[in-house]
Write a protein that binds this ligand. Structure first.
Ligand SMILES: [Zn+2]
Length: 328
């Protein structure tokens, strides 16, 4: 007994030393591997699931901490804090998480959005580590589809030094989003607070502008993937219905920010919603639809792995996460 106990301890110590060394060697890892001598790194942030014949992999890009004050435009701070308390979340700040999707279908690898790249908060930027941990190579990405042009969705496409991260990918964008952000008149008339966002879009897309494929909402853009207009968060904000066999998934993009606030209170608008009332109308419509059809849903800013279902709750809705499964 004693001998077995000792050798098991030795084996465990050896294993954790190996994990620590491997983790420290990974370039671009966003999480500190050690804090005060205790390992704090998590397992890689990817999670696979299937919709019919389509395999989806949720890939996490860490988080950005946002003070709660001023975050919801049309609600009292006390009410926002109460919603956070009911969800057992802190009441001073919200950790906004980022989860993109990699889609394997028909022998092709498609990404929906790309995370923050090296342009986000220090607590973000884990995307590439997690993407590679899931067994993927950026060279193998055949298509990158963008839901909208906010920095946390597009900056992963191009590093700060200009490097294109997915050299072989075709790029597909909502036509309405392109029309808004690439309009030079709108860029120069933009208020000071939005100039950075316009510059960021140009930084990512200008070098490939002639090759970008624009798509209209309502069209099947890839086999089994249909784009649906969801304006309000941005003018061309788009969600995607993925259908295969009897499986149906609505990729909700930024229809809501954190579900504990905005699925629960769909009439609330986060500061990032460019047109608050339009975003709220879109949100109610889509949440009603996925509830009625019992569709599975994926949200960019829901807690990882950011996939579940929506049920009615009070005057709003609630998100019910899927059960984590080792079987696909
Ligand atoms: Zn976002």
């Amino acid at each position: 007994m004693q001998e077995a106990y000792i050798s098991r301890r030795a084996a465990l110590a050896g294993a954790s030393a190996l994990v620590a060394a491997t983790t420290l060697d990974l370039p671009g890892l966003a999480y500190p591997a050690q804090a005060q001598g205790t390992p704090v790194n998590q397992a890689p942030g990817f999670y696979r699931y299937k919709i019919g014949d389509i395999t989806l992999t949720a890939i996490n890009d860490g988080f950005a901490r946002r003070p709660l004050e001023g975050f919801v435009r049309n609600a009292e701070l006390a009410d926002v804090k109460k919603a956070m308390e009911q969800a057992f979340l802190p009441q001073d700040a919200l950790n906004i998480t980022f989860t993109t999707l990699a889609i394997q279908s028909g022998g092709k690898l498609t990404l929906i959005d790309t995370g923050n790249g090296d342009s986000g908060a220090p607590t973000s930027g884990a995307w590439m580590t997690n993407f590679k941990a899931a067994g993927f190579d950026p060279k193998d990405v055949s298509t990158v589809v963008f839901s909208h042009f906010h920095g946390d969705h597009i900056n992963g496409f191009r590093l700060k030094d200009g490097t294109a991260v997915f050299p072989n990918a075709e790029v597909m964008v909502p036509a309405a989003e392109w029309a808004f952000w690439m309009d030079d008149a709108k860029a120069s008339a933009a208020p000071e607070a939005m100039k950075g966002a316009f510059a960021g879009v140009r930084r990512v897309f200008s070098p490939i502008a002639k090759d970008v494929k624009q798509f209209e909402a309502g069209k099947e853009i890839l086999p089994g993937i249909t784009a649906i207009a969801a304006p309000g968060h941005t003018p061309g904000h788009t969600v995607f219905a993925a259908t295969s066999g009897s499986g149906k998934l609505m990729i909700m993009s930024d229809t809501t920010n954190h579900p504990a606030l905005f699925v629960r209170n769909p009439d609330w608008s986060a500061v990032f919603d460019m047109d608050g009332p339009q975003a709220a109308a879109t949100r109610r419509k889509l949440l009603d639809m996925v509830t009625a059809e019992r569709m599975q849903v994926a949200f960019y800013h829901a807690p990882f792995p950011a996939v579940g279902h929506i049920g009615k709750a009070g005057n709003g809705f609630e998100m019910v996460p899927v059960q984590w499964s080792t079987a696909l």
